[in-house]
Design a binder for this molecule. Structure first.
Ligand SMILES: [Zn+2]
Length: 160
């Protein structure tokens, strides 16, 4: 029994995991996910629990997530080497910079959306999250995010 299962289409969603929902995303295979077998909508869980994150997402939400990834989120971190003005020696270093940029972008988004970093994953975003995230990242460059991140750690250093 999964008492915490969210309702969708008038019935409790079924608890499954990332192997069923994201077969090609091995990094998401361990994620617990609730799926509605009536309409195919799904949603993730808070890390380490069976407590659902929001409500199951239908195809409209999944399309919005995909568009957000392609048009807003990915371009910001994927171009970080160029927009950040880095000089890289090889592809490995470029990858490391892109990975750090992606993480900073998530920290930035989580902070501005008012959610925890663990809950901040585009695969878990609702239409509302996407709308707000798109607004938050409008006119924001990777340099802005890097500067914000630096200021955040400087203030944390002072507080400690
Ligand atoms: Zn449903």
């Amino acid at each position: 029994m999964t008492e915490l299962a969210p309702l969708c289409c008038g019935v409790a969603a079924r608890l499954t995991d990332g192997r069923e929902i994201y077969p090609r995303r091995t990094d998401l295979h361990h994620k617990l996910i609730y799926k509605c077998d009536r309409c195919g909508a799904y949603c993730g869980c808070h890390p380490g629990t069976t407590k659902s994150l929001g409500t199951p997402a239908n195809s409209e939400t999944r399309r919005a997530r995909s568009d957000f990834h392609d048009q807003v989120f990915d371009p910001l971190w994927k171009t970080a080497v160029i927009t950040g003005g880095y000089t890289v020696r090889d592809e490995r270093e470029a990858n490391r910079i892109r990975k750090a940029a992606r993480n900073r972008l998530y920290v930035y988004l989580a902070n501005h959306l008012g959610i925890s970093r663990d809950d901040c994953h585009t695969a878990m975003f609702t239409i509302d999250h996407i709308r707000r995230a798109t607004e938050i990242l409008k006119d924001v460059t990777y340099l802005d995010i890097r500067a914000w991140h630096r200021a955040l750690y400087r203030s944390k250093g002072k507080a400690a």
